[in-house]
Design a protein around this ligand. Structure first.
Ligand SMILES: NC(=O)c1ccc[n+]([C@@H]2O[C@H](COP(=O)([O-])OP(=O)(O)OC[C@H]3O[C@@H](n4cnc5c(N)ncnc54)[C@H](O)[C@@H]3O)[C@@H](O)[C@H]2O)c1
Length: 263
């Protein structure tokens, strides 16, 4: 199979920069263009010294470079217009941006179906994090109390994290009955965090952190913790690569990487 022609939307972001430098060295991918609100010049230089078109205008880059896939790591309000443009041009999408509303995800599904393009939306592309979520889901059938502590760098725009929300929703759905609640439940005490699917989520934002999540379960005389730590943004690269290779073979919206890993 020839390398998949790919554009990165959000190329100057913390994740975008890692994707540009890593995917440029990946034989399965051919980076053909990049887009960012802060793009200054008409080209972005890759690690091998070659240059690809770089613009603030996604549609212009799509017309110029004819990509098969757009990888989006921006902000939810920037991402939705990009999704609409990509779908209109029949370009598949791998979306890592978090913070979408339910109606925006519904629109993605409708755009993917109507335009017969593939879209993969995942709140966490770190494969270790996908496994952490899977193990947490399995444990929720057997442990009656559950809370999540998610810890991120101080510049993260959304809280709780997309990963924490996805984890809590998946745990609640898999468990199939409500979790037991602590004695303060119903009092809405601010320091007791936010509840999603009956799971209390606590968000910590500090410099020095990257992306970390611990799911804690409590039962009679025991606790169980499932924890994942991101120590470098390179952790997203294998998951993004997997998604790019999968998205060109599908139509419609797939949420999460679980099905790609046969979990
Ligand atoms: N799914 C995952 O595994 C995962 C992992 C890390 C971060 N994220 C999410 O990815 C997103 C990006 O994270 P980050 O840490 O790289 O953020 P960042 O703020 O460092 O980067 C965002 C980039 O998007 C660009 N941008 C903003 N608006 C734009 C627009 N209208 N058009 C083009 N570019 C635009 C910005 O200029 C910036 O360079 C966030 O939503 C974050 O929560 C997801």
């Amino acid at each position: 199979m020839s390398p998949i022609k790919t554009v990165i939307h959000g190329a100057l972001g913390k994740v975008g920069q890692v994707l540009v430098s890593s995917l440029a060295k990946t034989p399965e991918i051919k980076l053909v263009g990049a887009v960012d609100l802060k793009a200054a010049g008409g080209k972005i230089t890759l690690p091998d010294g070659s240059a690809i078109p770089f613009s603030t205008n996604l549609e212009e880059i799509i017309i110029q470079t004819k990509p098969q896939v757009i990888i989006d790591f921006t902000l939810a309000h920037a991402s939705m217009p990009a999704v609409r443009i990509a779908a209109r041009h029949k370009v598949n999408l791998v979306i890592g941006t978090t913070g979408f509303k339910a109606e925006e995800v519904a629109e993605m599904k409708q755009l993917a179906d109507t335009n017969k393009v593939g879209m993969i939306l995942a709140s966490n592309f770190a494969l270790g994090a996908v496994l952490m979520m899977h193990f947490a889901k399995l444990a929720s059938k057997y442990m009656d109390y559950a809370e999540i502590i998610e810890l991120h760098h101080e510049q993260k725009a959304d809280a709780p994290s997309g990963t924490a929300l996805s984890t809590a929703r998946a745990m609640a759905a898999y468990r199939g009955r409500p979790f037991s609640q602590a004695a303060d439940d119903g009092k809405n005490l601010p320091s007791r965090g936010e509840k999603t699917g009956g799971v209390t989520i606590h968000s910590v934002r500090l410099p020095g952190l990257m992306a970390h999540q611990e799911v804690l379960f409590g039962g009679l005389g025991q606790t169980l913790s499932v924890r994942h730590d991101t120590n470098g943004r390179e952790c997203y690269v294998p998951g993004v690569l997997l998604a790019v290779q999968a998205v060109v073979k599908q139509t419609g919206l797939v949420q999460g990487l679980e099905s790609l890993l046969n979990l």
